[in-house]
Ligand binder design. Structure first.
Ligand code: UD1
Ligand code: PEP
Length: 429
């Protein structure tokens, strides 16, 4: 298995191009199932999760072509996928594929809405909590589907199509909002989703669905109204920039010191995280090119943060912030409110010399003067990258194992960081 070797201590200086958002690209690819016509997606990141979803969609009979890169093309430009779901040959999403990635479960909504039937394995994904799918299933039931669970599979049927309904989520769920939105787009009549997730990735999917002919209002607010249409049509859409990748490199820069331009980043997608970084002592400037992050001389200041649904501080940046706080001048408190088991990085950060103790859903971090390199491994994507951030500031060598987690969500991680002066390389097994 590949490893990432880091020798810490270098400041980051230069430009990091921000890729398309994984968490928008995945549901956008899934939205292709809603139409017989072609969906063209630009700025799709080259990630293991995207490749896996291509396989899953291929299994349903979807044809996907990826544009070839021409000589002289920007190697960091996202790929363009032409997705053609004209014929769906199979409405089963098998355990072998769905168990590897949470978002693949979301095919259930479009398959059911278009084909009237879907059999989808219960999902896997990052081990950060129990992550049930009850809200997804309740939403589909509200739209008139008959749902059973048998031998680890969700069997969903709506032979006469779905019917618009009022769906009230008991708690904000990104995935369940995607499911409800995509299913309601092809339902008969009006649907209203209350307590909908407001994440920018929901807005991106809604924008694409609108280009495909869907009638949706209110995406980005807690109430989304959808007037179902009988069919959707071809569209072209560019995936929005990845706010989690943006925040991750912003925190890496705040950690090492230096001066980095996050090219193509959109500051409006992560205002809370940028404000947190300002409090931690980073200088953040918004320019036409993107977001410039600097920390020159001054140390890192402690901050107290609670994760929350958008527009709050994202849970997907919690581990990275914790890595940064390991070297803060004082005590910080980081509370995780979304997932009950998202502190797997704590014991690994401790290997590098971090002082963190857990108090229920809160991690209390006592900043230390120095971290020292060590072998580490993590069990999920954002935890893994938090170890990279800590490694960049640790003395000596840090070896991050289980690199496949990083490959799920960070495009060209080593290249992007080494271009800015980090000593980081992949060691292939
Ligand atoms: C591919 C993708 O976009 N993944 C993101 C998505 O995950 P995902 O969509 O899986 O996360 P949710 O927003 O659904 O989860 C929020 C909370 O709701 C709970 N819940 C959710 C669904 C359900 O049916 N029942 C239930 O109880 C979850 O266990 C969790 O406690 O949003 C999370 C929260 O921003 C992010 O961390 C993930 O990176
Ligand atoms: C938790 C994440 O992914 P997933 O929902 O696919 O597990 C993530 O992107 O941080």
């Amino acid at each position: 298995m590949d490893k990432i070797r880091i020798v810490g201590g270098n400041e980051l200086k230069g430009t990091i191009p921000i890729s398309g958002a994984k968490n928008a690209a995945l549901p956008l690819m899934i939205a292709s199932l809603l139409t017989e016509e072609k969906l063209i997606l630009e700025n799709v990141p080259r990630l293991a999760d995207v490749a896996l979803l291509q396989r899953i969609l291929g299994n349903h009979g979807v044809d996907i072509t990826t544009n070839g890169k021409r000589n002289g093309d920007d190697p960091y430009a996202g790929q363009t996928l032409e997705i053609d779901a004209r014929v769906i040959v199979d409405t089963v999403a098998p355990y072998e594929l769905v168990s590897k990635m949470r978002a693949s479960f979301w095919v259930v909504g479009p398959l059911l809405a278009r084909m009237g039937v879907a059999k989808v394995s219960l999902p896997g994904g990052c081990a950060i909590g129990t992550r049930p799918v009850d809200f997804h299933l309740d939403a589909l039931r509200a739209l008139g589907a008959d749902i059973e669970i048998d031998a680890g599979y969700v069997l969903a049927k709506a032979p006469r199509g779905l019917t618009g309904a009022r769906i009230v989520f008991p708690k904000v769920s990104v995935g369940a909002t995607h499911t409800a939105l995509m299913a309601a787009a092809l339902a008969r009549g009006e649907s209203v989703i209350e307590n909908a997730a407001r994440e920018p990735e929901i807005v991106d999917v809604a924008d694409c669905l609108i280009k495909m002919g869907a009638r949706i209002e209110g995406a980005g607010t807690s109430t989304i109204r959808i007037e179902g249409v009988p069919r959707l049509k071809a569209a072209r859409h560019a995936v929005l920039p990845d706010r989690i990748e943006t925040g991750t490199y912003a925190m890496a820069t705040a950690m090492t010191g230096g001066d980095v331009m996050l090219a193509g980043a959109r500051p409006d997608l992560l205002e809370d995280a940028l404000e947190t970084l300002r409090h931690a002592g980073a200088e953040i400037d918004v320019t036409n090119e993107g977001i410039r992050v600097r920390r020159n001389g001054a140390g890192i200041l402690p901050v107290d943060v609670s994760t929350a649904p958008y527009p709050g501080f994202p849970t997907d940046l919690q581990a990275q912030l914790m890595a940064l706080m390991t070297k803060a001048k004082g005590r910080s408190r980081i509370t995780e409110t979304i997932f009950e088991n998202r502190f797997m990085h704590v014991q690994e950060l401790a290997r590098l010399g971090a002082r963190i103790h857990l108090d229920g859903d809160t991690a209390v971090v006592e900043g230390v003067e120095r971290l020292t390199g060590a072998p580490v491994m993590a069990t999920d994507l954002r935890a893994s990258v938090s170890l990279v951030i800590a490694g960049l500031a640790a003395e000596g060598e840090t070896m991050v194992q289980r690199v496949y987690h990083l490959d799920r969500g960070f495009e060209k991680l080593e290249e992007k960081l080494s271009r800015c002066g980090a000593e980081i390389e992949r060691i292939s097994a």
